[in-house]
Design a protein around this ligand. Structure first.
Ligand code: ZN
Length: 421
């Protein structure tokens, strides 16, 4: 492992590796879920940690931007923005240890995509070390720039296979007002989309997060966190957890919930009265991935479909799981406002053969996602674990374009070899 502390040192490492024919695996906070930052077992790949490149180079509140090195922890970038009364809106569960370079190289998503977009929407410019050790200095901090191809977007989401991001010029947003947080119980997952529509009609562009949680998640969390209880006495089936900024339109969220309650769209609702109550509701959501672990083997699917088709997709997925694995337990949660759900399926209690059979269920679910013109990887990337899926669900034309880019930018296959394509 090498841990360079400057762009020139990264370039030096890449040059030496090129001379000796060694592959390079860039690694940020090592929180990825698809093995993209892990060397293969050959023992011949150099792990390049960006952790020491952790300076905020400059902050420009006048331009609403800052320049951060790749190894900056995401939470530190958020804190640097807060110091000048701005916000860096990318937010995800691993923000205390993931690094901005990794977030950009995987085009991370997370909780606030509904309002601010994915990681690639937060970037103004990049500094990248290329496969031959030259440095592309593209750290422009411009909102408008039509001079040629938008090269930064080629590197964002490429998982270190086209170049090594060493620094980024990032867009800052105004500091958001405190949101109103609510947890609403609904009968049908499709009602979440209807509720989102109602909320948007009165507070367009001011919904920070809109998450769907299936009822079984609350059971797991109640078992996992000793002091947590199920939030609703009844079992409505699903719940929506949302943050919406009312600003001067105080009472709007409550009014929407009341009208939805009247129509039967919402069965029950908890409106947080203060920050502590809001944090308590979000804690239930954040605990889900950890609460899953002790419950047994879980097949995970980071899927996305167009929001308008989500209700139909969920109905068909439920029928599919019931047909193929009637005793398996779907644990569904995620970013319903973006059409992205973590459609996980927990093994039937005591049935360890599920692990063996899981591949068939996953493939059927992915086929269903494809039928709805969705994606098998909405926010976790490809790494090594989803390479096969990329080959299956993307066209030859698309794969050919990806190979063309890879060959052009890394002709000797030195950068993160064996990942993505
Ligand atoms: Zn997620």
């Amino acid at each position: 492992m090498v841990a360079p502390a400057s762009t020139q040192e990264v370039a030096g490492v890449v040059t030496v590796c090129a001379r000796h024919g060694a592959g390079i695996v860039p690694q940020g906070g090592n929180t990825g879920l698809c093995g993209g930052a892990v060397p293969d077992l050959s023992g011949e790949q150099v792990l390049l940690s960006l952790s020491r490149m952790n300076r905020i180079r400059r902050v420009d509140p006048g331009n609403d931007s800052l320049v951060a090195e790749a190894g900056c922890i995401l939470a530190d970038v958020q804190a640097a923005a807060a110091e000048v009364d701005r916000c860096f809106p990318l937010s995800l569960a691993a923000e205390g240890s993931c690094q901005i370079g990794g977030n950009l190289s995987t085009n991370a998503g997370g909780l606030n995509v509904i309002r601010y977009g994915m990681a690639r929407q937060q970037v103004l410019g990049l500094e990248v070390v290329l496969a031959d050790g030259t440095v592309w200095e593209g750290l422009r901090e411009l909102r408008k720039d039509t001079a040629g191809y938008d090269l930064k977007q080629v590197f964002i989401g490429s998982e270190g296979t086209l170049g090594i991001i060493t620094a980024a010029a990032l867009k800052l947003a105004p500091k958001p007002a405190n949101p109103v947080t609510f947890l609403a119980a609904i009968r049908d997952a499709g009602d979440a989309v209807a509720l989102l529509g109602r909320l948007r009609s009165v507070l367009p562009d001011r919904i920070d997060a809109f998450e769907l949680i299936s009822d079984r998640c609350f059971d797991l969390v109640a078992r996992h966190l000793p002091d947590a209880r199920r939030p609703f006495a009844e079992r409505p089936g699903w719940a929506v957890l949302a943050d919406a900024v009312e600003g001067t339109d105080e009472g709007r969220v409550e009014a929407v919930l009341a009208s939805c309650f009247g129509d039967g769209l919402v069965v029950d609702a908890i409106l947080a009265k203060n920050k502590a109550e809001a944090a308590g509701l979000w804690r239930l959501r954040h605990a889900i991935p950890e609460a899953e672990r002790p419950a047994g083997y879980c097949l995970k699917h980071d899927i996305g479909v167009p929001v308008g088709r989500l209700a139909r997709f969920l109905a068909e997925a439920k029928a599919l799981v019931a047909r193929l694995e009637p005793d398996a337990r779907p644990i569904v949660f995620g970013h319903v406002g973006d059409g992205n759900l973590h459609y996980n399926v927990l093994q039937p209690a005591g049935d360890d053969g599920f692990r063996e059979r899981g591949a068939d269920l996953s493939r059927s679910l992915y086929d269903l996602v494809a039928k709805f013109e969705g994606t098998f990887s909405a926010e976790h990337g490809i790494g090594v674990t989803k390479k096969e899926l990329l080959r299956t669900y993307r066209s030859e034309v698309e794969l050919g374009l990806m190979r063309t880019l890879k060959t052009a930018l890394d002709p000797d296959n030195r950068l993160n070899p064996g990942k993505v394509i």
